[in-house]
Design a protein around this ligand. Structure first.
Ligand code: DP6
Length: 333
């Protein structure tokens, strides 16, 4: 009873920001993302009758108790769904700078949902996998699919209509996404806590909800028309609005550092010279810059020239879940 799956991270163009149900991970708004081809998580799940608890190995090391408790909660969801009361060894490796705002929780829970259900013989389709992955981390529901993906928020209380679906395949529109690494450190306010505080206390959150649906529709039209300028303008504006809500929270918080602003400034300067580049930022200081492949080299060079920039990773739209052959490694009897 073993399976291995790989899932790629995604970057939100229209952000998921705020939950209407924290237990089921139901969002306040629908969102839109691109699955990236460079950052991923590979996870093997091996269920065994010899185990009396889940064991979680992260990047080759036994994970902390806190991390294991989180994973085990998710594994219990799989146990409930399959009716099999078995524990597992979960061996997960990230090719992502973990917790640097590069969304390893999205690829992590998407890979775990896929490997875990397969190991239990559940034979789940992508929509079911998306609903399961969502309950580990909301954005994980989008990483089941490759390319351009929408997570429809759904309206039902039980969450059965809250899942992602693909809008365009990766090869339908090749854009360049430059992931700019500023500070490879864990974030101060995790996205989960940040969105909760914002929903509960920020007077600006109502403004977010008022316009996010319009932004989503504009972004979807831009995707259909392959209109990069239209997409860029709406994704940049949407990211700024999301971050504006954090300033109104109580206590207020901010994910940006001065280095974040340096990158934003460089992007604006590139645009002033006629190069179409647009930024977006998730729940951390790092910035992702979108441009067209014809401009990716110059944009990458300009970003690398910023003193506060540690590295710039060039990504393109990537694949959805892939299953890998069984690992030879034996983690239990
Ligand atoms: C800012 O999916 O990490 O990256 O559901 O609580 O695990 P939880 O949150 P998470 O939040 C992602 C927030 C975001 C925007 C996005 O990816 O849409």
């Amino acid at each position: 009873m073993e399976a291995t799956a790989r899932a790629y991270t995604n970057i939100a163009l229209i952000k998921y920001w705020g939950k209407r149900d924290e237990q089921l991970f139901l969002p306040m708004n629908s969102s839109l993302s691109i699955t990236l081809d460079q950052f991923y998580t590979t996870t093997s799940v091996q269920f065994c009758t010899c185990l009396s608890a889940d064991i979680f190995i992260l990047n080759g090391q036994l994970a902390s108790e806190q991390e294991t408790v989180k994973i085990s909660r998710f594994m219990s969801l799989l146990r409930d769904l399959s009716g099999k009361k078995l524990y597992a060894v979960i061996d997960s490796t990230n090719k992502v700078p973990t917790a640097a705002g590069f969304a390893s929780s999205a690829s992590g829970y998407a890979a775990l949902a896929a490997a875990g259900t397969k190991a239990l013989g559940m034979d789940s389709d992508d929509q079911t996998l998306s609903k399961i992955a969502r309950q580990g981390s909301g954005s994980a529901c989008r990483s089941i699919y490759g390319g351009y993906v929408e997570w429809q928020k759904g309206d039902k209380e039980d969450g059965t209509d809250s899942y992602a679906h693909q809008i365009l395949e990766a090869q339908d529109w090749n854009l360049s996404i430059l992931s700019v690494l500023l500070v490879p450190e864990p974030k101060e306010v995790l996205s989960r806590e940040g969105m909760k505080r914002t929903v509960e206390t920020s007077p600006f959150y109502a403004g977010w909800l008022d316009t996010v649906e319009v932004d989503l529709n504009t972004a979807k039209s831009a995707l259909q028309q392959r209109d990069f300028e239209m997409l860029g303008n709406v994704l940049e504006g949407n990211a700024l609005k999301m971050h504006a809500t954090t300033l109104g929270a109580n206590p207020p918080f901010m994910y940006w550092t001065s280095a974040t602003l340096d990158v934003m400034q460089q992007v604006k300067e590139l645009r002033a010279t006629g190069i179409q580049a647009y930024f977006t930022i998730d729940a951390g200081p790092n910035v992702k810059v979108l441009c067209q492949p014809k401009d990716e080299q110059i944009v990458q060079e300009k970003l690398k020239d910023i003193p506060a920039v540690q590295d710039v990773y060039l990504c393109h739209p990537g694949p959805g879940i892939t299953y890998l052959p069984q690992s030879k490694k034996k983690n239990c009897c």
